[in-house]
Ligand binder design. Sequence first.
Ligand SMILES: [Zn+2]
Length: 352
Amino acid sequence: MSLKTLAFRSIDLLAPVTPFSLTRNMIGNPLFLPFYHVVSDHDLPHIKHLYRVKSKRDFSADLEFFLKHYTPIGPDDLLEAVNKDLVLPPNAFLVTIDDGFTECEQVIAPLLKQKGLPAVFFLNTGFLNNADISYRNKASILHDRILKNPPSPGTKNEIHRILDSAKVAQSPLEQRLHQVSYQDRAILELIADALDTSFSEYLADKKPYMTDDQVRGLLKDGFHIGAHSVDHPLYSRLTLEDQFQQTRESMQETARRFDLNYRFFAHPFMDNGISADYFDTLVDNNEINLMFGTSGLMADPCPINFQRVFMERSADRNARAEINEEMLKTLARRLSDQNTVTRSKAVIDSDN
Ligand SMILES: [Zn+2]
C-alpha cells in the first residue's frame, strides 16, 4: 500500500480527532473558498436528492465558524492580489454560491449581510427568471415524484424503457434518473410526461431561480455576481468549442444584463478534464478576471483559476469536520506531490 493510500484510508479516523488549527497550520493557512448552492428550512424537491440542503441555523453556524478562524476578503481583494502579485492575508476566505437559486437573495444574502460578509453568486443564464431548470434538478424532481407518489408497475416499465433507450446503466429506478447525462437530458421530459409531471408547471409554481430584479438587489447590497455557464453541462464531456461557447455566452450575457465591470466565472460541476488550451486561451485573451473550480484545497496551474471546497457534501458534518477532512486530504496528496490540478492539451475530436 502506498503512503498516499494509507494516508487517505486514515482520514476518516483522523478527521474527528485532529485539532483544526494544527491541520490548518500544517497546510500553510491557504486561501479558503467554501461553496454552497442553497440554504433553506423548506422542502426543495429540485435539490433534496442531489446534495444536503443546509438549514438557516447550520449555515449561520458555518459563517460563525469561518469568522472565528478565517479572515474575510472580497473578490476585489483576490483580483488585486492576482493582478499585482500580492500575498493574501493568512487564512483568507470568501464565500461563493452557485446556480442562482431564489434562496440566494431570500435567505443567504440576508444572513451574509448580518455578519458583514462579502460573497460571489454564480448564475446560469439559461435558468435566470425561471426560463428552464437544470437537468440534474429535473432528475431530483422526478425522483421526489416517484417517492411521494409511486407509479404503477406499467408506468415504471415505461420509464425503464425510456432510460434503456439512452443506454442508462441498470440500477433502481430513482438512481437511474440521476445517471442521465446532459447529452441525453431530453429523455427527462419523456419521463416527466409518463409521470404526468410538468417542469414548466414546477417552474411557474415554485420559481426556484432568481429573477433579474433579485440579482440586481444582490448587487445593490454590495455582493458580486458571476457566470456559471448557460445550462450547466459537465464540461469534460463537451468539445473545446462547446466549452468556449458555454463560458463566453453566459459570461457576456451576465456582464451585459447586469452592467458589470468585472468578469467572474465558476465552472459547472467541476473543471476536471478541461484542457490547458481552454484556460490558456481565456487568460491570453483577458476574457475573464477570476475563474473557479471545485477541487477543494488543490492548487491550480492557471493563475486566475481557484479551487473551492464543497460545503454540502455530508448530511451530518459541521464546517469544522468538512474542512478538516479536506485539509487532511490535501496533506495526503502532498505526500505524493499530487496537490496541483493537472491538465492535458485539448483533444480535437473530429466526430464533433
Ligand atoms: Zn452549479
